[in-house]
Design a protein around this ligand. Structure first.
Ligand code: AMP
Ligand code: GLY
Length: 441
């Protein structure tokens, strides 16, 4: 069994680790955009290169003849890497270009949900003309000045501007919307939703959609959810695979929305969506809405979810490819997880600590470490990159226990780094429960 993994970062390390735990002991052939020491250790062949260079990837694929490929990040999916690999007869766990629009075009996704009557959209409109008065009127009258502007293409998580946070007047919002249209032809303007965000990821063969444990991410850089947005500073998941602030109906509805969306994608694109479908949801006053869809594992979400996977990840991938995926192939441990990202002190504002030495404590049985932007010397010394360094995951019988495990390990990391102490603490979890209770009173 040979698996070709195109990935990088801590998410890639968590995926590689899930493959390495398979009883089928696959040979992992990895193509990475950086010299990730975690993925490298688990791979029988490891190449560093441009993962947007499909000729380079196809040449390694032709040479190594893997049984299947798995693509980690959204950029190569959005540009059609799954199409290229399928053309050379390598089944691929990742949506083809047309299906990957679920992440690469916010307008496509909003329109898809509407067209297929999946009632999970906020009020929204897609604009293609920079003429400002229609946008101004929509924001002012229909959204009552509470709005979100979304770039209609992949922008590394930096394309969304929320009123009151990133833009402070309708004029400023319209100006940004005009810039989006100039750059990518379209913009989505939508209602600003208030509630608690959560991620529900599913494995899908296009026919069957099977949930993973729900996760809550913390995007803000600093404690108390302050500071600039980041790729995600940490995450938690609960023993029952829901989250403490969600009702049974919320999780059931989110699960239903993922299944309906997979079906809608198949109808729209004429072929099944095969891979990971990541629903970014928000629990609001009267139910659940979709904030966005992603076509991949989340980072950090994958770091919480994959260590809990008890079943064989290779079998799940084969089930996705052959459309034989079913619930009996997917079991997760009923444990809670807390992931805290170790980052350079200056992240995400500056890269002043890049190159400095970092060291980690011995990782206990009830924890995992996944390497992100980090490099390793021949003698094993680790150096910081400019972005998120490593995710430390505690696994326990409650969120509290998992948090204590992750926190203790984070305290023992040496180097010019920081992390968010509050992620997964009872205090922050309780705040979320109270916020939603108050909203739904
Ligand atoms: P996205 O790239 O679509 O995930 O957006 C990034 C972040 O912007 C989300 O995690 C939310 O915090 C925020 N956001 C996006 N859409 C909305 C919305 N309609 N209402 C409120 N916040 C939003
Ligand atoms: N955790 C957010 C993302 O992966 O997009």
């Amino acid at each position: 069994m040979k698996v070709l993994l195109i990935s990088s970062s801590a998410r890639g390390h968590a995926i590689a680790d899930a493959f390495a735990r398979s009883p089928q002991k696959p040979d992992l052939i990895s193509i990475c955009s950086s010299n990730n020491p975690g993925i490298k250790k688990l791979s029988s062949r490891f190449d560093v290169g441009d993962i947007m260079d499909f000729g380079f990837i196809a040449s390694i694929a032709k040479e190594t003849k893997p049984d299947f490929a798995f693509i980690g990040p959204e950029d190569p999916m959005g540009a059609g890497l799954a199409d290229v690999l399928e053309e050379i007869n390598i089944p691929t766990v990742a949506p083809k270009k047309s299906l990957a629009r679920i992440e690469s075009s916010k307008g496509f996704t909003r329109d898809l949900l509407d067209k297929h009557d999946i009632k999970a959209n906020p009020k929204f409109k897609v604009f293609g003309s920079t003429e400002s008065s229609a946008m101004y009127t929509f924001i002012d009258q229909e959204l009552r000045g509470e709005f979100v502007i979304k770039y209609d293409a992949l922008k590394g998580g930096k394309g969304v501007k929320v009123s009151g946070e990133h833009v402070h007047s309708i004029e400023e919002g319209v100006e940004y919307a005009q810039r989006c249209i100039e750059e990518c032809g379209k913009v989505v303007i939508e209602e600003k939703l208030v509630g608690q965000e959560f991620s529900l990821l599913s494995f899908t063969s296009g026919i069957t959609t099977i949930n993973m444990p729900a996760v809550q991410d913390h995007k803000r850089a600093f404690e108390g959810d302050t500071g600039p947005n980041t790729g995600g500073m940490g995450t938690y998941s609960d023993t029952n695979h829901s989250l403490p602030f969600l009702t049974e109906n919320d999780i059931k509805r989110a699960s239903e929305i993922n299944a309906l969306t997979a079906k809608a994608l198949q109808e729209e694109c004429g072929e099944p969506y095969k891979g990971i479908l990541y629903g970014g949801f928000i629990a609001v006053k009267d139910g659940v809405r979709v904030i966005e869809y992603n076509s991949r594992f989340g980072d950090p979400e994958a770091l919480n979810i994959l260590p809990l996977l008890r079943s064989d990840f290779v079998d799940i991938c084969k089930g996705i490819i052959t459309e034989s995926l079913d619930q009996s192939m997917v079991t997760f441990e009923n444990k809670a997880t807390v992931c805290k990202y170790i980052t350079p002190e200056g992240y995400p504002i500056n890269k002043d600590q890049q190159g400095e030495i970092v060291s980690f404590p011995e990782i206990s049985e009830d924890a995992r470490i996944f390497y992100g932007d980090i490099s390793e010397d021949d003698d094993g010394t680790l150096h910081l990159g400019g972005s998120r360094t490593a995710g430390i995951v505690g696994i326990g019988d409650s969120i509290e226990e998992a948090e204590a495990i992750a926190q203790k390990l984070c305290e023992e990391v040496r180097g010019p780094v920081r992390y968010r102490k509050d992620i997964g603490t009872s205090e922050i979890v309780l705040k979320r429960i109270e916020m939603l209770d108050e909203l739904r009173k």
